[in-house]
Design a protein around this ligand. Sequence first.
Ligand SMILES: [Zn+2]
Length: 359
Amino acid sequence: MRAAWEGIDPAKAWDSHTHLIGTGDAGSGITVNPRTESLLDPGQYARRLFFLNAGCVHDAAGSVDLAYVDRMRNLIDGMRPGVKMLLFAFERAYDERGEPDAEHTVFHIPNHYARDVAKKHPADFEWAASIHPYRRDALAELEQAKRDGARAVKWLPSAMGIDPASEKCDAFYQLLKKMDLPLIAHAGLERAVLGREAHDFGNPLRLRRALEAGVRVVVAHCASMGEDRDLDQGANGPYVESFSLFTRVFEKYPNAYGDISAMTQVNRAGPALARVIENQAWHARLLNGSDYPLPGVMPVFSVDYLVSLRMVQESAAPVLREIRAHNPLLFDFVLKRHLRSSGKAFSASVFETRAFFVR
Ligand SMILES: [Zn+2]
């Protein structure tokens, strides 16, 4: 564990990808689509339980939202002073005309809630706003978020119904660029959250419009899961690995970034993870994130699997397992610091992400 911190300044180590969730039971303004609580829709129901269990939150009335935040603060306590989590708000789905689409909104974590949690615990948290670019008040909301200290804007295009390649995003991109606020967008297959399920919107190539506009774009998980159409071979181009499309975009645009959150999950680790570790020239534009609460979910993050890939030394495995049982955040960090591929490791700079957000 000591070795994991060597060469890292904790004050610069921001976890750039964490999810703020809850049920809205403490006046947070969070809303959860009733479908997610109904057994008539077991998929949604399971996802919700999955998330709440991962954060060690139990279904006592009036306590879920607060317990979730307390739990995160506890985990940060187990890191070194200075470490912070960037909490993501989560926008509603909107339709093409910019009207809220309640039916397809899985849940809504309002910007004001993420802001308030971060303001209340400034030593532990920063926050990222989530704003749908089709909203009529999108630009005003973005300006407000910036004034309120948001460090980034977060989108999950497939769930929210955002086509990043649409001209409807242009004014939003211009303002992001002007304010020098980065956009963090999920790309590739997204299993954790369903919504509008417009999966094509997660195609990394669609983010080129934002990149061309000069926005700094962070592609979540380096699009390391799933397949998307190769749109450079036409609208009906063949499906290829989303990661290969990410690579194409990442290598072309100096303002393209990738976060390595969740890349150690069993359904993602492998060739993509090895490539981002081995390609040291990429590290200056890679950001560490935990995708909390996901590392708290046992089966998804498997130490044994990474040992089998020879990316983690067998001798480190028992310690990692032990850490995971106590502190999934620390586990995620120590694990990533121990990863090796062809003798290479992630550079310390990947973990020192603060400078990317504070400029
Ligand atoms: Zn995530």
